[in-house]
Ligand binder design. Structure first.
Ligand SMILES: [Zn+2]
Length: 231
């Protein structure tokens, strides 16, 4: 008996290939190797169902030149919305498909031997003919809720939120400081400026000063002052 990839997954792979014709396929795979064969794995053929393999690995590097952690997350999310999906593993997390009944949905940390940092693993359900269903998949993710974030993403979002919080505090402090400075400028601008010169008092003080000087010096000061007043 020979094994074969579940028609649902063959269809999915064809679609991904058509959509991303230049994608990296290094981490692709479906049939289990010796290490898979030694343990229960959806990559092993189910001989009780004619040798069907219900798991597919897809390399995350879909777009040439684009390479960052979690770049295939939109695709992983889209797969979770399809009723054929049993579960998906990606970026250190795993989740049951949204249509799998009687299980906890949402991403949970994945602690298996391979953290799946470079590929998406998808297993299809073995009930109701889902694995044999080769209708086209919807590859576009339409979920945006925070509930659908992976643990890694949530951690990154928390970091960003913390930074944004610190920046907001700094901006608020700067704004308060600017308001205080502005208030001071307004106060200075509107402050009445009056300089009172009391001429008789000044003249008296000047007279007292002259008395302390030698006569010749006092005369020179008076002459100088007179000359300056004339000019
Ligand atoms: Zn796999």
């Amino acid at each position: 008996m020979s094994y074969f990839l579940a028609p649902a997954l063959a269809q999915l792979r064809d679609q991904v290939n058509a959509r991303y014709p230049h994608r990296d396929r290094t981490s692709d795979g479906w049939i289990g190797d010796a290490s898979h064969a030694a343990r229960p794995s959806d990559h092993n053929p189910d001989w009780s169902a004619g040798g069907i393999v219900r798991a597919l690995d897809l390399d995350e590097d879909m777009v040439v030149g684009l390479s960052y952690a979690g770049e295939a997350l939109p695709l992983a999310r889209a797969l979770l919305s399809d009723p054929r999906t049993r579960y998906v593993i990606y970026e250190g997390a795993w989740s049951y498909g949204k249509h799998v009944p009687d299980v906890l949905h949402g991403w949970k940390p994945y602690t298996g031997p391979n953290a799946h940092r470079h590929h998406i693993h998808i297993s299809v359900r073995d009930v109701a003919g889902y694995d044999l269903d080769a209708r086209p998949w919807a590859l576009t993710d339409t979920t945006t809720q925070e509930d659908d974030m992976t643990p890694d993403e949530s951690a990154r979002l928390k970091d960003v939120e913390k930074n944004v919080g610190e920046i907001e505090t700094i901006v608020r402090q700067l704004r308060e400081k600017a308001t205080r400075t502005e208030a001071r400028i307004v106060a200075l601008k509107t402050m009445p400026v009056t300089v009172d010169i009391d001429a008789p008092v000044l003249a008296d003080a000047f007279g007292e000063l002259l008395k302390t000087l030698p006569a010749a010096t006092a005369k020179a000061v008076l002459d100088g002052a007179a000359a300056r007043l004339k000019s």
